[in-house]
Design a protein around this ligand. Structure first.
Ligand SMILES: CSC[C@@H](O)[C@@H](O)C(=O)COP(=O)(O)O
Ligand SMILES: [Zn+2]
Length: 206
């Protein structure tokens, strides 16, 4: 049984996150999708095609981690399975945000390898599990695809090998997760700042 008060809190947190992220230029057009874990097999997730800066609670539905809707006729986000996979594999993940910022889109194309490494930045300590500017923070990069089930499998395999709190999809955007929505919003803000720094550094070096 879904706890309805918990669901209402999750819906409100997602609506508010959408407003903030849209105002910050993170989810232009209808890009992006958001979710909050409800229990060991369900999540509150954005319905597909919604403008993320103008969400209402009615745009946030419940599905299981395999993306089957619970009590809703809405269509879940096209990328809902990427959220479900993270909740299945990472018991500490309480919220997942997917954004489409210009920096994430550009940097994931400029970096041709399968990993963006971040190091030497004080702000990387805003990421859960990172305690020093000296740490080497891995952000895996996956090639973009419309085959979301295959992408979820590839993410699962990679996370098995490499601890991280975010990944990029090339030419597409960022996925990040954290224990709750506030920490996840902090991840988006910090990562985007770090992506900007990397882009400027690389511009200076070329
Ligand atoms: C505006 S196209 C972007 C979509 O293809 C997708 O990448 C996206 O982030 C939003 O899809 P959605 O189904 O609304 O969750
Ligand atoms: Zn997307």
């Amino acid at each position: 049984m879904i706890d309805l008060e918990q669901l209402a809190r999750a819906q409100q947190a997602i609506v508010e996150a959408g407003r903030q992220l849209y105002a910050a230029g993170q989810v232009p057009a209808t890009g992006g999708n958001f979710s909050v874990r409800l229990d060991g097999s369900h999540m509150a997730v954005t319905a597909s095609g919604r403008h993320k800066g103008r969400l209402s609670v009615a745009d946030i539905m419940v599905t299981d981690f395999a993306t089957r809707p619970l009590g809703s006729s809405l269509k879940p986000s096209d990328e809902a399975r990427l959220h479900g996979q993270l909740y299945e594999d990472l018991s500490l993940a309480g919220a997942v945000l997917h954004t489409h910022s210009k920096s994430a889109t550009l940097l994931s194309r400029v970096e041709r390898s399968d990993t963006l490494w971040l190091s030497g930045y004080e702000l990387q300590k805003a990421l859960e599990g990172v305690a020093s500017h000296d740490a080497r923070v891995a952000v895996p990069i996956f090639d973009n695809t419309q085959d979301i089930a295959a992408l979820a499998d590839a993410v699962r395999q990679r996370l098995d090998e490499q601890a991280c709190c975010a990944y990029l999809i090339r030419g597409h955007g960022l996925y990040t997760w954290a224990r709750d929505m506030n920490a996840c919003l902090r991840h988006v803000e910090a990562l985007d700042f770090l992506f900007d720094c990397e882009l400027e550094l690389r511009r200076g070096l070329s």
